[in-house]
Ligand binder design. Structure first.
Ligand code: NAP
Length: 407
């Protein structure tokens, strides 16, 4: 049948065409969080041209530039009301904040590879002197996550040419059994580091077991003696996760001295040692916890933020000072679809992966912080790989200290 091109038909087609074109133009012009200022997916943006005629710099904004919105009620408004001056003149005039700032990614995997390469050389040099650093791991019961962690620690030892031993007491092991095992490992001269994988089953007194580990072999840095050495800024074995965070800052040349650092979380294994390390590096440190008031205001003053609270996406993007360095220690498994959609609405590729897998790892910092922070550790792939790396580093350090090797 031949199509009819009557006048009413042509008119209505023309109207439909005009409406669709207007909508599509509007979509392109309106910068939404989903499409960015030029219809580019946010995840792909590294640099775009500023849309503001009032912006003082008319060139392309590069990664980490500090544009903040003038018209949004977010950061800028709050800064003004709190009386804190904007960081840069540019902040007062640029309108393109949400779309032109993408944090530098602080890649933990890359640093892990660098440190592994250095450790490999060191282990080979020690071997030439007849010293083979060795780690004894104790894994009680059959917790799958713990099994996986211990397996990767043993594999890392093998990769570096270090010795390793795995002890696997049954899930019903007693505190006395564990104390005896730790005592045997303390006496074993081949063992430089002892790692007791946590959590231990409820019937075991974890504190007593950890305190039984010789401080000279305390490669986890959990012993009160190790903590005391850290408090008084004396050389010793430092808890691996905070030590790894410091390496991330150091190797990315983030200035710590004089910086306002906020540590969110005060656990013995992350928050407290992290705050001490930052303090010894001459930062001005604020420690926050579940009873802290006005967290957003405190966090907004941070040049360096370390988040370690175990709450997925807790720290909102607009709590972060423009350009701040953000170390996200949190590793939270999110399996609820609504939560994943809320957290990843600007990251369609990650959301797709969630849908395929049924879960996703999210840090304590909202993923949107990539738009406000100057530098950010990804989750996964940021702090996580550093923890195991520093465990290896501590084992080599313990071997050298215990055996009196100087270099
Ligand atoms: P933790 O022992 O449970 O301590 C959590 C800390 O966060 C506590 O100090 C708690 O305050 C604080 N906190 C909880 N909710 C809060 C809130 N709403 N506002 C402010 N502070 C809050 O945890 P952790 O062992 O330090 O671990 C923290 C996170 O880091 C977890 O996600 C964990 O999985 C992750 N982690 C990752 C690695 C790694 O290798 N990537 C290593 C270790 C830990 P209170 O003291 O007042 O209760």
């Amino acid at each position: 049948m031949r199509p009819s091109f009557s006048f009413p038909y042509v008119l209505s087609s023309w109207k439909v065409f005009l409406t669709q074109r207007a909508q599509s133009t509007q979509r392109r012009k309106t910068p939404t969080r989903e499409n960015g200022a030029r219809g580019i997916r946010r995840e792909k943006i590294t640099a775009i041209r500023c849309q503001s005629s009032a912006a003082p710099s008319k060139g392309r904004h590069r990664r980490g530039s500090r544009c903040v919105p003038r018209s949004r009620g977010g950061l800028d408004g709050k800064r003004r009301s709190s009386g804190v001056k904007p960081l840069l003149q540019e902040e007062q005039s640029c309108l393109c904040y949400a779309f032109c700032m993408t944090a530098k990614i602080l890649d933990g995997l890359k640093i892990r590879d660098e440190i592994f390469a250095e450790l490999k050389i060191e282990v080979a040099q020690l071997a030439a002197q007849g010293v083979r650093p060795g780690l004894a791991a104790v894994l009680v019961g059959e917790n799958p996550a713990s099994q996986m962690y211990v397996k990767s620690k043993v594999a890392a030892c093998e990769q570096l040419g270090m010795a390793s031993w795995l002890h696997t007491p049954p899930a019903n092991a007693t505190t006395e059994y564990m104390l005896q095992l730790v005592d045997d490992l303390n006496r074993d001269d081949h063992v430089d580091g002892i790692l007791v994988q946590l959590p231990l089953p409820g019937q075991i007194d974890s504190k007593r077991v950890l305190e039984a580990v010789s401080p000279a072999k305390d490669v986890d840095g959990f012993h009160p003696v190790s903590m005391g050495m850290l408090v008084s800024n004396r050389p010793g074995l430092v808890a691996c996760t905070p030590a790894g965070c410091m390496e991330i800052l150091r190797r990315n040349k983030v200035t710590v001295e004089g910086a306002n650092a906020v540590v969110l979380g005060r656990s013995d294994i992350v928050g407290k040692p992290m705050a001490l390390l930052l303090l010894h590096a001459n930062a001005t440190v604020t420690i926050c916890h579940s009873k802290s008031r006005e967290l957003p205001e405190i966090i907004r003053r941070a040049d360096i933020l370390v988040a370690a609270i175990g709450r997925a996406g807790f720290v909102q993007a607009d709590w972060i000072k423009a350009g701040a360095a953000v170390i996200d220690v949190g590793t939270n498994k999110v399996s609820e679809a609504g939560e994943a959609e809320r957290l990843l609405k600007n990251f369609p590729a990650r959301l797709e992966k969630f849908r395929a897998k049924g879960s996703v790892l999210i840090g304590d910092v909202h993923p949107d912080a990539v738009s406000t922070a100057g530098a950010l550790t990804p989750v996964p792939g940021g702090v996580g790989p550093m923890t195991i790396t520093m465990l290896m580093s501590n084992t080599v350090k313990a071997a050298k200290q215990r055996r009196g090797v100087r270099k």
